[in-house]
Design a protein around this ligand. Structure first.
Ligand code: UDP
Length: 248
């Protein structure tokens, strides 16, 4: 059975959440390529988002920019850090537009909402307007991070999830949760079912960067780490099924 048929054939249990934020890294969109966007991968993730949207869940998204540009790598090559960070933020806008296009092809209405106004391309961020979009079941893709250098899109995701009153952040990754060490490199790595914010910070567990975890902790926002590589996985996780780690 093909990947799409498989995802569609599986009965989806009712969701446990009514409003969530999905955070994915830019690298999640590049497939097996070393750089940029891989349209079949973007489409596959868009189908995952649609399957959750079809259940009536209101969805926010934040997508990183690491598949195109990271501020730190620019700075490491001698570029001024804030300029490099702005380039990173622009990269996230490109990814957001790619996701918008993929979702709208599937018939899901969306808005790209940028922290840095660029009116010809997308909407500027106005909190109340974004909330209204969610109420009208439009997927809100928040772009340009927080709009500030020295931050990451993990922090942007936590910030927007708080502002939009999301019940949880879903962090889609290549692995099915948080491990005590990198499971790609260590066969004996152990996955946590549940881990506290403070343990993540103290043990430097690779969930999100420290400022994002602290912001989630201070606002009691759970972070659910799961694998986006499983077809139908996002809908399952939103229903509390499958393998994941909850950080709370
Ligand atoms: N960035 C920034 N401020 C923000 C969010 C992002 O300066 O609020 C820049 C930063 O340079 C970062 C780049 O955008 O390296 C891409 O974001 P990120 O590294 O979080 O992407 P991901 O690793 O999730 O793909």
């Amino acid at each position: 059975m093909g990947e799409i048929a498989e995802a569609e054939a599986r009965p989806t249990p009712p969701p446990r959440y009514s409003r969530v934020l999905l955070k994915i890294s830019g690298e999640a969109l590049m497939g097996d390529q070393g750089y940029g966007l891989h349209p079949p991968t973007v489409n596959r993730i868009a189908r995952e988002v649609k399957s959750v949207h079809d259940l009536g869940v209101e969805i926010c998204m934040v997508i990183g920019g690491g598949n195109i540009f990271r501020g730190l790598s620019g700075a490491a090559q001698g570029m001024e850090r804030t300029t490099a960070d702005y380039m990173g933020m622009l990269a996230t806008v490109m990814n957001a537009l790619a996701m918008q296009s993929a979702l709208e092809t599937l018939g899901v209405f969306t808005r790209v909402i940028s922290a840095i106004p660029m009116d010809q391309i997308c909407e500027p961020y106005i909190r109340r307007r974004a909330v209204r979009h969610l109420e009208k079941k439009r997927v809100c893709i928040f772009a340009a991070g927080t709009g500030n250098p020295y931050f990451t899109t993990d922090t942007a995701a936590t910030l927007r999830a708080n502002e939009m009153a999301c019940e949880a952040i879903f962090k889609g990754t290549k692995v099915d949760g948080v491990y005590d060490k990198d499971p790609m490199q260590h066969a004996d790595a152990v996955r946590f079912d549940r881990v506290s914010y403070d343990d993540c910070l103290a043990r430097h567990l690779k969930v999100m960067d420290a400022s994002a975890i602290a912001l989630a902790r201070d606002n009691d926002l759970p972070i659910i780490v799961f694998s986006l590589d499983e077809p139908g996985g996002f809908a399952g996780i939103v229903a509390g099924q499958g393998t994941y780690t909850i950080v709370d």
